[in-house]
Design a protein around this ligand. Sequence first.
Ligand SMILES: [Zn+2]
Ligand SMILES: [Zn+2]
Length: 347
Amino acid sequence: MSTVTAYAATSATDPLSKTTITRRDVGPHDVAFDIHFAGICHSDIHTVRAEWGQVKYPIVPGHEIAGIVTEVGSDVTKYKVGDRVGVGCFVDSCRECESCIAGEEQYCTGIGMVGTYNGVGRDGQPTQGGYSGAIVVDEKYVLDIPDAISLDAAAPLLCAGITTYSPLHHWNAGPGKKVAVIGLGGLGHLAVKIAVAMGAEVTVLSQSLKKMEDGLRLGATDYRATSDRDTFTELQGRFDLILNTVSANLELADYLKLLKRDGTLVELGMPENPMEVPAGALVFGRRSIAGSLIGGIAETQEMLDFCAEHGVAPEIEVINPDYINEAYERVLASDVRYRFVIDISTI
Ligand SMILES: [Zn+2]
Ligand SMILES: [Zn+2]
């Protein structure tokens, strides 16, 4: 085992603080790497504050992890020392169920995907995430970061990037398709960039027009305020696909009517309350409402390669680890354009 420095939460209410954790010895199929950058995802905050269920403290969050390989196990074939690699939201799964075999490990029906943090590894130990100096992960769950993407920008792609790429890909966003993105935050700004790179025509639906300049700069061709009732009359029947990147309960009757016949509204977040779905808005127009959770390992690699090829990268604010607690408050206040990334070299 090795000891590494980390930032951990020790309770649901205390701020994160500096500590040390252990990482397992490098097994035959393992890759060990020094973490250079870790993104801050809204899920990190929900989890450490026990808003999504029980947590075993101390917990080290972080599932947008990028770094450089320092050691590989004897049977590792995909990676070598010095490679630029990343890890996203999970570090293992059963590898045998239909979902795992299909490369959709995030929907594993065996043991379920093993979270990068707040999960339990095969060694029976709690998994600990990316706000730490190094990590050891089975090579099957490690991603290759293309040279064209800097390591700090790569980190947010591993959760926010794949969370938006997967549904865009699954529902065939591309030339001739009209896509709306609800919310221009960490997820939303990447959804816009990726959908535009896929060739779709993109509209941002935001509460206000405050970030309109940014939205248009990122490639959206239209930007509307949802606080303006005219938005919902003017855009009726407009979209093939709507991605909801905001974890808030929407007035679904309004949003579903923005879809064309056979259009789909995809929920990417988890609103606190059950959704009220007016059946009429689905029946008239054969519309669908769906959900989507991150993406599998193969698709995450495809997303990284796509972003490298199309020059897609998140807009980030790089911070030092001692700023994590302030960064959390700013994430909760939507005061970040558009993702915090922790520079782990200063940990
Ligand atoms: Zn995340
Ligand atoms: Zn499985």
